[in-house]
Design a protein around this ligand. Structure first.
Ligand SMILES: [Zn+2]
Length: 109
């Protein structure tokens, strides 16, 4: 695998991280909105329901961010682009499609 491919993957990972960080920042501003509307029970209930969904998405986003930053380090290492389980070379197409993975499509199943 040549260095150019990794550069493309690296910017793909960084783009995705920026996107996730943006969404995390947005949901933070939603929970502060919830505090402002505390005197309205109906509105509060609405926001409580949506924020419990948000928390799940939030946790997923945080986990994905962790995997993405881990993969940035991975790309600098000797094992860059190699499947964690079977040591095969993961196709760049898969890495670009799922930039937070470290396993090939066979091992992912
Ligand atoms: Zn594998």
């Amino acid at each position: 695998m040549d260095a150019l491919d990794f550069g493309q993957l690296e910017s793909r990972i960084k783009d995705r991280m920026r996107q996730l960080e943006g969404e995390l920042a947005e949901s933070k501003s939603l929970s502060s909105k919830k505090l402002e509307q505390d005197d309205d029970p109906a509105a509060d209930l609405d926001l409580t329901i949506s924020s419990s969904v948000d928390e799940k998405v939030l946790a997923e986003h945080k986990a994905e961010l962790k995997r993405l930053s881990r993969n940035l380090l991975w790309l600098e290492s000797e094992e860059a682009g190699l499947c964690r389980f079977c040591d095969c070379e993961i196709p760049m197409k898969r890495l670009l499609a799922v930039p937070d993975t470290q396993v090939c499509i066979n091992c992912a199943d």
